[in-house]
Design a protein around this ligand. Structure first.
Ligand code: FES
Length: 83
């Protein structure tokens, strides 16, 4: 099970949820989002460590080193930071 660390907020486990955003939501993290569909970029965070896999092809292009929490799941333990 992958561990998710949100810098400044805490950590939780990824437990097979649909997306990283859903896992964070379920665990009580106050994450930014809007469309949940990879279109708006509101859920953009910095990927500090670890690997993720895309679960949908986002229209919004994340900058290098950043991920859309609505559009990925963790493959390894990850550390992210709000931007
Ligand atoms: S919530 Fe809109 S791109 Fe993730």
């Amino acid at each position: 099970m992958a561990k998710i660390t949100v810098i400044g907020q805490g950590e939780c486990d990824f437990d097979g949820q649909f997306s990283l955003l859903e896992a964070l939501d379920e665990n009580g993290f106050d994450m930014p989002y809007s469309c949940r569909g990879g279109n708006c970029g509101a859920c953009l965070v910095k990927l500090v460590a670890g690997d993720v896999e895309e679960i949908q092809s986002p229209v919004y292009e994340a900058d290098k080193g950043h991920i859309l929490t609505c559009s990925v799941i963790p493959l390894t333990d990850i550390t992210i930071e709000l931007v």
